[in-house]
Write a protein of this length. Structure first.
Length: 81
């Protein structure tokens, strides 16, 4: 619990996301898949730069909130013991 509190203090949300959770932002760059064609193939549809930016912004907010929740949850469970 103490190490997590220090981690939150010394490692900003931006640093945490860029370091530990970078794959979440990279996933935003992955193409989506369209409906299957009659020949059985599924076409990949590239995302626009705007879609990628929107996805990364949403992921950043979500990851920051998840980190805050995890920190609070660990502090509560640590104080109950």
């Amino acid at each position: 619990m103490i190490s997590n509190a220090f981690q939150k203090t010394f490692i900003s949300d931006e640093e945490y996301i860029a370091g530990s959770m970078y794959y979440e932002l990279e996933n935003c760059k992955q193409p989506t898949y369209g409906p299957a064609k009659t020949d059985g193939t599924t076409p990949q549809i590239a995302k626009t730069p705007e879609e990628i930016t929107k996805c990364q912004n949403e992921a950043t907010v979500r990851l920051s909130k998840q980190r805050a929740y995890q920190m609070k949850s660990e502090m509560i469970s640590g104080s109950v013991r």
